[in-house]
Design a protein around this ligand. Structure first.
Ligand SMILES: Cc1c2[nH]c(c1CCC(=O)O)Cc1[nH]c(c(CCC(=O)O)c1C)Cc1[nH]c(c(CCC(=O)O)c1C)Cc1[nH]c(c(CCC(=O)O)c1C)C2
Length: 372
């Protein structure tokens, strides 16, 4: 039906992508054995790299997102420096509100800004009721196809999306926020309109993720970056059902075409939801640094692979200390069904050398542990 129409064009394009040489990340997603623990970093394409700052200088952020060649270059930059085991396509979660008709600008020193955020439930009528994802977000699909070719099979390419609640929060707050009180006001005051918006977002996200796979994405991460401002009750009602829906619908559709693409859910500061997240049809649960590795394993009962969770600020430590912290983290998680990462993205003032030390420590210590 509807979904088929949207993704059909991609199935007709022969892509003959280069053969994958390093499948450690994909194997770990599925809980299979690997020689070393795979590692990548959230925001690995970012301002901590001088070549990133140079390339982005003077260019509008969302213009950059709309250029497949620029996204490809920025995705590849960190892989030229470090032996990461996965690449993540350079883009942003806020391209979805744009596709739904909202204006989003990147304001220097302030971050993403919506000049006209949603204020009241009536404002939902201003959103595009039927989003043509191929037309509005085709530039992301082109970036993915190009990057998958240029990666030359070095490592798998991860596609991503923001989760419905996180996107809803931006659309109402109009930008970053510490309290998210405007968006949470909707949850308590306009629960029906909130569900309507979350459902609209879910529908677009499902087609968007399927389009990313058809374009060449080999894994998908769903970012629920603002899980932490919800409590367990609101999470159960306004986040979890949509996270589940996304995974189920994407997987059902992929199964029909015989594809197997692992999905990762990262609900930042959503420790209260760990048990539920491990039973939400995702192969991998991403963790922030507030969760102890051993207790995360216990609470998820070996049902999923885990990803994370070093405090990004540990990268400010000397290299020897980073190595010790990584070793403890690996001992806590174990080396099977585990993908090393930070508990959130890299910050712009981080030293690329220490990022290199982090990657090397994961590879070296995990090889050692595997030999024991
Ligand atoms: C590098 C970058 C990005 N977005 C922004 C920047 C910095 C601005 C710049 O380069 O000019 C603005 C940019 N975009 C956003 C923010 C946060 C705004 C805020 O809440 O204050 C900023 C500064 C919104 C955003 N954008 C994203 C999230 C989810 C992850 C997270 O929790 O951090 C969120 C919340 C996803 C995202 N965003 C980006 C990636 C690229 C791939 C990679 O990780 O290397 C990804 C995955 C790219």
């Amino acid at each position: 039906e509807n979904l088929h129409n949207f993704i059909q064009p991609f199935h007709n394009v022969p892509k003959d992508f280069p053969k994958l040489k390093n499948d450690a990340f994909l194997r770990a997603c599925h809980g299979q054995e690997t020689n070393h623990v795979p590692v990548w970093c959230m925001r690995q394409a970012g301002r901590y790299l001088p070549e990133f700052r140079e390339f982005r200088a003077g260019k509008d952020f969302f213009e950059t997102c709309r250029s497949p060649a620029a996204c490809c270059e920025l995705t590849l930059q960190p892989l030229r420096r470090f032996p990461f085991d996965a690449a993540i396509i350079f883009s942003d979660i806020l391209v979805i509100p744009q596709a739904m008709g909202m204006d989003v600008q990147m304001v220097a020193g302030k971050g993403p800004t919506f000049p006209e955020p949603l204020k009241e439930p009536e404002d939902l009528l201003l959103l595009q009721p039927k989003v043509d994802v191929n037309k509005e977000l085709g530039y992301v699909f082109k970036a993915i196809t190009l990057t998958r070719h240029k990666l030359d099979g070095k490592v798998p390419l991860i596609g991503f999306t923001g989760a419905p609640w996180t996107l809803m929060a931006y659309m109402i707050e109009g930008g970053g926020s510490t309290t998210h009180s405007k968006a949470k006001r909707w949850l308590y005051r306009h629960p029906e309109a909130s569900h309507k918006l979350l459902k609209m977002l879910t529908d677009v996200i499902v087609v968007y993720l399927l389009g990313q796979v058809a374009a060449g994405a080999q894994a998908l991460q769903v970012f629920e970056s603002h899980a932490g401002c919800l409590g367990p009750v609101e999470f159960q009602e306004f986040s979890l059902p949509y996270l589940r829906d996304i995974a189920r619908k994407v997987k059902d559709q992929l199964k029909e075409s015989g594809q197997d693409v692992p999905m990762i859910v990262f609900a930042k500061d959503g420790h209260y939801g760990l048990e539920d997240l491990s039973q939400s049809h995702y192969e991998v649960v991403g963790l922030d640094w507030t969760i102890d590795p051993r207790s995360a394993r216990e609470r998820t009962g070996g049902k999923v692979s885990l990803q994370g969770n070093m405090d990004p600020c540990a990268l400010y430590a000397p290299k020897e200390r980073i190595s010790e912290i990584v070793k403890k983290m690996l001992e806590g998680f174990g080396t099977r069904g585990y993908i090393a990462n930070l508990g959130h993205g890299l910050y712009p003032d981080m030293d690329p050398e220490n990022v290199g030390a982090f990657v090397e420590a994961v590879h070296t210590h995990s090889r050692h542990l595997n030999l024991k």
